[in-house]
Design a protein around this ligand. Structure first.
Ligand SMILES: [Zn+2]
Length: 258
């Protein structure tokens, strides 16, 4: 089983590489289907005997509206379900938590759009309340991020929320224990970086980015050149971590979105 991690599926220009274009995304799905892969949500893949190498789990972090606009129509046409992780305090808002180079902001999904994805068989998971690095918060703040994001999604959508994607993929044993205590059943990271965390709370993913041509995408799904891919993943994680710390630091000013 391969778990892929996407962010935006966006035709609009952005300096960040953590997006793919709708055209690129469509070609990737087509390629995977041609190679005989099948798609499951995270919950389906882990609770049914689909753990074989021909199963792909598509995950989307941050809950961008572009996923609804551009990825959902492609996936719906092939009845492919995916899993999306929502930053709950930003539902229906712009992504001012992120570094908005050139004051370009991107909208997050609305409740109505999240409901439509759930109705189409998508799994909805939590990505916290405010996209803060959980390892830098005190226990009370960690609880707030993990508990309230799950409870809000459950109450509004009348669903059970079992999966968490840790912001920046950052987790440690005490956070994973807290997740379990609160009622989560699994957690995803980027690459495979976590020490002493139970396997279900450290499910590794392969990020898919703007520079992924079809050849690199194929390598990522067949898990070829894994050392090189993991190294690339670490570089990308460091970059995205650094920029958001600048944004959330005390010296940051909140720009207006264009
Ligand atoms: Zn994120």
């Amino acid at each position: 089983m391969r778990i892929l991690a996407y962010h935006m599926v966006e035709p609009r220009f952005d300096v960040s590489v953590t997006r793919v274009t709708p055209k690129q995304f469509g070609r990737q799905i087509e390629t995977a289907l041609q190679l005989g892969y099948r798609f499951r949500t995270l919950a389906q893949a882990l609770t049914h005997p689909y753990k074989d190498e021909k199963t792909i789990v598509l995950t989307f972090d941050d809950g961008y509206a572009s996923v609804y606009q551009h990825a959902f129509p492609i996936l719906r046409a092939c009845t492919i379900p995916a899993t999306i992780f929502i930053i709950v305090d930003y539902i229906g808002k712009l992504d001012t938590w992120d570094v908005n180079f050139g004051n370009i902001c991107f909208p997050h999904l609305s409740w109505r759009e999240i409901e439509a994805l759930a109705a189409a068989g998508w799994e909805i998971g939590s990505h916290g309340l405010t996209h803060r690095d959980l390892t830098r918060l005190n226990r009370e703040e960690q609880y707030e991020e993990l508990y309230r994001s799950k409870a809000n999604l459950e109450q509004t959508l009348t669903l059970t929320i079992d999966s968490i994607s840790y912001p920046f993929g950052r987790v440690n044993p005490s956070i994973s224990h807290l997740c379990r205590e609160i009622g989560y059943r699994r957690g995803v990271v980027m690459g495979r970086r976590c020490r002493d965390v139970d396997v279900d709370f450290c499910l590794g993913r392969q990020g898919i980015y703007l520079f992924d041509g079809i050849r690199l995408f194929r390598q990522k799904i067949v898990a070829k050149n894994i050392k090189m891919l993991n190294f690339m993943q670490r570089c990308i994680d460091y970059c995205s971590m650094g920029t958001v710390i600048v944004k959330q630091g005390p010296w940051s000013k909140h720009e207006n979105c264009a």
